[in-house]
Design a protein around this ligand. Structure first.
Ligand SMILES: [Zn+2]
Length: 227
């Protein structure tokens, strides 16, 4: 996988935000001027929603250039942006020492129809990059998403719970898996409800330690789709 990402990346040596030619020493995909506009998250972990099970970590704050890049990734199909964000997420995990050789990265799945429409699952791309960078295992079939949920940001906690109930199930063919450390990967943290529900399913299936890692956190609960 690492080879795949490095190969497609090496064919693009321009800043994904401003198109300036990149020099060696830049973070892949972003020039230093644009990187300076990135709003890095000072918070180490956050679990600010009710009945939380888990810790969630997010290196970046969802505003400015980051907001535009996430939008381009999800809705314009600019998959290379996942490489840039994935590299930052991998560095963050490394810095915080949150993984070991038994860690399994699990991207939050999209429902089949949504993934087919988009052509990819952005969480899967991020997990792929992180797994390649840190040389840890990724399992993109562990969780299955039965249905896509409507936007959650304007629902009450109770309504979110209701909407998400039964959204995820565990793929039964993974019974023999090491059940120690899971890191759930997603692109954006908004309400935390989606990660919370995926975590609940994993805990019920015998997994012991689950944390979340998203590329960005939306500090304002603004209009956005699931998260
Ligand atoms: Zn730039």
């Amino acid at each position: 996988m690492i080879a795949f990402w490095r190969r497609i990346f090496s064919s693009n040596s321009f800043c994904l935000n401003c198109n300036v030619e990149l020099k060696s020493g830049n973070i892949p995909g972003i020039c230093n001027l644009c990187l300076r506009e990135f709003n890095f998250n000072g918070l180490i972990s956050h679990n600010s929603w009710s009945s939380n099970f888990m810790e969630v970590y997010s290196p970046l704050i969802y505003d400015g250039i980051i907001k535009e890049l996430v939008y381009k990734l999800k809705y314009d199909g600019e998959e290379l942006i996942a490489y840039t964000l994935g590299i930052i997420m991998a560095d963050y995990l490394k810095f915080l020492g949150l993984y070991d050789k038994d860690t399994i990265l699990v991207p939050v799945p999209l429902a089949e129809k949504r993934e087919a429409e988009r052509g990819f699952n952005q969480a899967g791309l991020l997990a792929e990059v992180i797994a390649g960078e840190l040389n840890i295992i990724m399992n993109h079939n562990l969780l299955y998403r039965k249905q896509e949920t409507p936007p959650l940001y304007n629902l009450s906690p109770g309504q979110r719970k209701l909407v998400l109930e039964g959204a995820f199930s565990l793929n039964k063919s993974f019974n023999g898996l090491n059940k120690e450390n899971i890191i759930l990967i997603d692109d954006i943290f908004t309400t935390g409800s989606t990660l919370n529900e995926a975590t609940r399913v994993l805990l019920n299936s015998g997994f012991k330690k689950i944390i979340g890692l998203t590329a960005v956190i939306a500090l304002k609960k603004e209009e956005f789709d699931n998260g």
